[in-house]
Design a protein around this ligand. Structure first.
Ligand code: ADP
Length: 577
């Protein structure tokens, strides 16, 4: 039976019981009332009339005028004849009344009338007695009915009181406990409630839901396990060493390649803090030393690592991928670990070495013939060698320009190969910034004049000396100035400034040329990089070599530029004192 019907029936029956109880009560009280009213109306009034008639008779006997009172009460009594025998007695009194009017002092007649009155009174007394007994009986029956219906009501009410709250609360309690279990991921929880009411249906739906959740959970778990195994196999079969750490730098996994190059066994590393392993393992130390610094960036490639692997020296590029997740319902991303991947770049390194050696050899070999071409040109320009006409002079000029460019290019290539092989020979000493500036200005003077560009110098007084290789620094400044002249308009202006910055001295070259697009600004110091669309006269090596030269001297190089607003290239060198 459904809870709704149970409630309707329970409350409805209680309602009926109350109705029954009140009906029984009202009915019995009404019966009692009728009984007493009957006594009052039928018998009490008759007794009163009889008493009045006796009093009137007494008055008549003493010759007083009692007749009217007697007649009046007799008339009233005639209208209130209710008991058997009462009518006859009343009739006799009426007859004797006629005689009494004729002979009011007839004592015998008085006696007879009194007798009749007494009979009426006796009959009524008996009736009062009888009716009082009936009223008593009515009250008794009423009491019995009230007791019966109250007992019934009480029993029914008690049954409801004992059963109904439990009937509703018990299944709710069981369901609440089961829902809590499900919330705690105990999906095997079921509700054992078999009634055919709403709770039965609810329990059935709950069990179906729990079953589905369990099925979903199990299927997901097995799927996740398969996925985990797949990823583990994938990582293990990668040719690149991979190490995974959690947010506390505890090693979660390491693949075979990483084990091979580190010389460790899985038991030595998995589940252990990376810092602890790093104490005894150089490779792990170099892999994890900067992990906390890279927490903000997602991927940060660092300088190549030289590791002895595959029976030779190998080069690896370290890449740290920070694993961040956004937990469900949260806004902030959270770091949950790092994956360190080592890319084997040995073949590229080998090719790079080969290329550098080739460039070094070729540029070195080219230098001698180019120098001899320049020498021959000098001889050709000499009057003693013979007369050259204007056309020939132009050709000689053009050959001179080209050979100068060739010499510059071979010079740059040679510099670059020196940088790449780590063979830069720096002669760092206390140098005067103004001397470097003058040297550079002298070198670009003619070039600037040809384009009618004015070189405006802004230098501070009392500039301190810097720690620098004068020649290489001047080379960098010349490179800045040549670029500025090349990318400036005809008759433009180039501002050169030297100023002190706390413990450094800054050299900067500002032009009013086309500027550099922000997309290329970061790449401009890369080797062989040239901004797309710019004049392809150079090699794209000048700024790369400048960077190497300045950084090798402990300085810093950079550029500020906006497209259409010109560029400011600068470098800073450490003060000598
Ligand atoms: P390059 O020999 O090609 O000049 P650099 O390394 O000196 O090689 O310069 C690299 C690139 O940077 C150039 O190709 C040019 O596009 C850009 N660049 C350098 N200096 C400037 C400048 N002052 N204004 C605009 N672009 C410049």
């Amino acid at each position: 039976m459904s809870i709704k019907i149970k409630l309707i029936l329970g409350i409805g029956l209680l309602f009926l019981m109350i109705l029954l109880l009140s009906t029984v009560g009202i009915k019995n009280i009404t019966a009692l009332k009728t009984d007493t009213e009957n006594i009052l109306a039928d018998n009490y009034n008759t007794m009163k009339y009889c008493e009045n008639m006796i009093a009137a008779l007494d008055a008549i006997q003493q010759n007083a005028n009692g007749l009217p009172v007697f007649e009046k009460n007799l008339e009233l009594q005639k209208m209130n004849v209710t008991e058997p025998g009462e009518r006859e007695a009343t009739g006799q009194i009426s007859q004797r009344m006629v005689q009494l009017k004729a002979t009011p002092s007839d004592a015998n007649l008085h006696l007879l009338i009194r007798k009749d009155i007494s009979r009426i009174m006796e009959v009524n007394m008996a009736a009062i007695q009888r009716k009082s007994d009936i009223a008593k009986e009515t009250a008794k029956t009423g009491n019995t009915w009230i007791v019966i219906s109250s007992t019934l009501c009480f029993l029914f009410g008690m049954t409801l009181l004992i059963n109904l709250p439990g009937n509703i609360a018990n299944p709710v309690r069981e369901l609440t406990a089961s829902i809590k279990e499900i919330a705690a991921k105990n999906y095997s929880q079921r509700v054992h409630y078999r009634s055919k009411n709403e709770f039965g249906e609810l329990a059935e739906s709950f069990n179906t839901m729990a079953e589905k959740l369990e099925e979903y959970n199990n299927s997901n778990l097995s799927k996740i396990l398969v996925e985990k195994m797949r990823i583990e196999t994938l990582i293990n079969n990668m040719h690149e060493p991979v190490i995974g750490l959690d947010e506390n730098k505890i090693v979660l996994f390491i693949n075979n390649e990483a084990l091979k190059i580190s010389g460790l066994r899985p038991d030595d590393i998995i589940g252990k803090p990376a810092g602890e392993i790093a104490l005894n393992n150089d490779l792990v130390r170099s892999l994890v030393y900067d992990l906390s610094e890279t927490q903000k960036t997602d991927i940060l490639p660092s300088a190549p690592l030289k590791i002895y692997a595959d029976n030779k020296e190998s080069y690896f590029e370290k890449e740290v991928v920070n694993i961040t997740i956004k937990p469900t319902g949260e806004r902030e991303k959270r770091l949950i670990g790092h994956v360190i991947i080592l890319k084997n770049i040995t073949p590229f390194k080998e090719l790079d070495f080969a290329k550098t050696n080739f460039i070094a050899t070729v540029s070195h070999e080219l230098k001698t013939p180019i120098s001899s071409i320049k020498m021959s040109l000098l001889l050709l320009e000499n009057q003693n060698t013979g007369h050259v006409n204007a056309e020939q002079r132009q050709l000689i000029e053009s050959i001179k320009e080209d050979s100068n460019r060739l010499l510059k290019i071979t010079g740059e290539l040679l510099n670059m190969s020196q940088v790449e092989t780590g063979n830069i020979q720096l002669n760092i000493q206390q140098s005067n910034p103004l001397q470097i500036l003058e040297y550079a200005l002298e070198a670009v003077k003619v070039q600037a004049e040809q384009k009618q560009i004015s070189l405006i110098v802004d230098k501070e007084e009392d500039l301190p000396e810097v720690k620098a290789d004068t020649e290489k620094t001047a080379w960098v400044l010349i490179n800045f100035l040549t670029n500025a002249i090349r990318y400036s308009q005809q008759s433009g202006q180039i501002h050169i400034s030297i100023q002190q910055l706390s413990d450094k001295v800054q050299f900067s070259v500002k032009d009013d040329g086309q500027g550099i697009d922000s997309r290329y600004r970061a790449k401009i110091f890369n080797r062989y990089f040239q901004v797309p669309g710019s004049a392809k006269t150079g090699t794209g090596l000048g700024l790369a070599i400048s960077k190497e030269f300045i950084e090798a001297q402990g300085g810093h190089i950079g550029v500020n530029s906006e497209i259409g607003m010109g560029s400011t290239f600068f470098f800073e060198l450490v003060k000598a004192h």
